[in-house]
Design a protein around this ligand. Structure first.
Ligand SMILES: *Cc1c(COP(=O)(O)O)cnc(C)c1O
Length: 379
């Protein structure tokens, strides 16, 4: 059966160009970048070119990019790396209630270690209130960490305004941009972002590679102790093919951004339109205006999301109930409860996230299948 993949926020297929670019670094140019002979130097050159490509995507200096094992490690490094720096004697950090577990659970650990965390609310659209952010800042606040775009409902935060506030109050601003990178034009200098997390497997590179941008004026403590790699900030022999892949994915994302965004938006808006036309009791979750181009998150009243996913799977369709991270458990999504979704809709939530390989025919098949399944469940 043909697989139709609509779960690009969970992970993406590795792009052919990315894999081709990585390939030589497994068996031909397999040197350790720290080695001084030619084989090592070739790997070093490749890593530095990749670093430049990552930097170009978000408009920072190449020396402000640190490679990590992915979005989770980047988030951990950012939060713990700032809060655990002795020089920062403030003990308070501000985040939101709708962050990815990589941020939320890092905050829980920090709380266990004596730090204070404020979790900002979001409105029905999944967007924070700037006034609430302003009022949460205290003398003790060292860090604001607010995601660029949400992985479940796709809502985009007012990053530019947050950046201005952070700058004015002398607070470090980190953003988890794992979902935003490649889907929104990001300029960290213009937006006053001090630190930013991104991940390879959400943008056509492999799983297990990511990066953290840190403004050159910001000091932070390393998470992993060991060798001198990544300017002493991330020890461990470099994942050269992964870094090369991430660099290529970032270069392609920058080149393709306009077309990519247009394509995803067109598919998504078509999907929204058809769903509303054909299914009576459906609710759209998250802002329409401030939303990731490829995200469609809807709730069907009285439908069991797990059952819906199973039936879709039988038809070769991959989608998600809440987020991939919470779909293993029966706990309602923290994002959906925070935006105030009522219980009759909560269970019947379906997240569809489009990618470059999706066609209009795929979407027609998805809608057709959905209408049929929901009709059968209802009767
Ligand atoms: C996927 C994701 C992460 C985690 O990234 P990994 O590379 O899978 O560790 C963090 N934050 C957000 C918003 C994500 O979507």
């Amino acid at each position: 059966m043909k697989i139709r993949y609509f779960d690009n926020s969970a992970t993406t297929k590795v792009r052919k160009e990315v894999l081709d670019k990585m390939f030589p670094y497994f068996m031909l140019e397999y040197g350790n970048p720290s080695s001084l002979y030619k084989l090592g130097r070739t790997a070093r050159v490749a890593v530095e070119e990749a670093r430049r490509n990552v930097a170009n995507l978000i408009n920072c200096d190449k020396n402000e990019i640190y490679f990590t094992s992915g979005g989770t490690e980047s988030d951990n490094t950012a939060l713990k790396g700032i809060m655990n720096l002795d020089k920062n004697n403030g003990k308070h950090l501000i985040t939101t209630k709708i962050e990815h577990p990589a941020i939320l659970n890092t905050c829980r650990t920090l709380e266990e270690n004596g730090f204070k965390v404020t979790y900002l609310n979001v409105d029905k659209e999944g967007v924070i209130n700037i006034e609430e952010l302003n009022n949460s800042i205290t003398e003790e606040t060292v860090l604001i960490s607010i995601m660029f775009a949400n992985n479940e409902i796709g809502s985009i935060q007012p990053i530019e305004e947050i950046g201005k506030i952070a700058k004015k109050r002398g607070i470090i601003f980190h953003t988890d941009a794992v979902q935003a990178c490649g889907n929104i034009d990001i300029d960290v200098k213009k937006l006053n972002i001090d630190m930013l997390s991104l991940s390879g497997h959400k943008i056509g590179a492999p799983k297990g590679i990511g990066a953290l941008y840190v403004n050159k004026n910001i000091e932070f403590k390393n998470l992993i102790d060991g060798g001198h790699q990544e300017k002493d900030k991330r020890a461990g022999t470099e994942n050269v093919p992964g870094m090369v892949g991430l660099g290529e994915a970032c270069r392609l994302a920058k080149n393709d951004m306009k077309n990519h965004i247009n394509k995803l938006k067109t598919l998504r808006d078509y999907y929204f339109e058809k769903i509303k036309e054909n299914i009576l009791d459906v609710k759209t979750n998250g802002s329409i205006e401030h939303r990731l181009p490829g995200n469609a998150n809807t709730s069907f009243k009285g439908i069991n999301g797990g059952e819906l996913l199973m039936k879709l799977d039988e038809k070769g369709i991959c989608a998600s109930a809440g987020s991939a991270c919470s779909s293993g458990s029966s706990m309602p999504s923290h994002v959906l409860t925070t935006i105030g979704l009522t219980s009759e809709y909560l269970e019947g939530t379906l997240r569809v996230t489009f990618g470059d390989e999706n066609t209009k025919e795929d979407v027609d098949y998805l809608i057709e299948s959905l209408v049929e399944i929901i009709h059968n469940i209802e009767n």
